[in-house]
Write a protein that binds this ligand. Sequence first.
Ligand SMILES: [Zn+2]
Ligand SMILES: [Zn+2]
Length: 366
Amino acid sequence: MTAWNFQGRDVLKPATLQAAAEIGVETLAPSGFPRALLAAGFLLYAVAAGAAWWLALKLIPAELSLTLLGKTLHTASVHDHLNNVFLVFLLLPTALGIEAAIVGWEQSSLRQLIFARTPSLNTDLTVFILGQGHVLDIVGRVMMLGVSMISGVWIHDAIAGATGVRLGPPPLPFVLQLPLYFAIYSFFDYWTHRTDHTKFFWPLHRYHHSAEDFGVVTSVRQHPATFTAIFIVNLPLAVLGAPADVMIYVNVLVVAIGFLVHSKIDADWGFVGRWLIQSPNHHRAHHKLDMSRPTGHFAIAPIWDRLFGTWYEDRPDPKLVIGVDTPYHHGFLVPRDMARDYYHFWIGWFGGKSDGPNAARFLEKR
Ligand SMILES: [Zn+2]
Ligand SMILES: [Zn+2]
């Protein structure tokens, strides 16, 4: 840790912030990788993975029964698991490929993830792996004291039973339902995200903002106790009776946008980035370290930022320093920071200090 000046104060600069800047993207680089080859390779991969996905869904039954040691195990969600696996194996490499094709191999997240990982990227990678192994799922359920088990479908059915009104999608063709539910999803997501930035939920969301470097997978760097997402996104959509197949496609879109806005692509996407879908540069502006001005750009669909007053017109800077001034350990050992942030979340509700460069000293009062 070294002292540095932040907002006119001398604060401790996290060692990793320095390391990320110093390591840069030049070190350990296998040089001269042709961009076109990379793009072609990924295109081929995406086509092959897509074909495998389609085949697997065709060949594998949606329900499986397995008799093991005299007990019959039954699962009706085989396709859900398959979709999840392919989302990751198809969308993540595609996002990494698109980014590498645009920014070049030298600057790409893929090269950095393989050859020049910073402690911040090690955290992203660890969270990603633990997420795929459902470890964070289980930890999150415990941390949220089981509230994540509340079922929106159950509430939907209960409303139907009590009132006779079964909420459901309007009679629209599929192609129109997709933008409609994307708009509804992004609206709820916008308010989730704004709630995440209130002092009561910030310590949990701060875990995402603690990233000091963007690298596509930074998108999945989320604290396992995501209270706000459950109450503000998942529940309302299920209660509204969102059709499952439409939600799968909305989900694909949301995950893809998530990967791209956390990429190293220097783009504001013109009209699209100003109105329809958030651009990487606007998301970087949201992650800014300097909190002397209000934070904006919460929505994956900028229209909500414009409607609700969190849109800023100034040109987003692709070199903007990102992160938080609360110290983080980063690296492969993620439980330490996660547990500290979870603790900060609870002490925050009881008036305890939980943010800023001295937040490592847990019980210090404001
Ligand atoms: Zn945020
Ligand atoms: Zn982000």
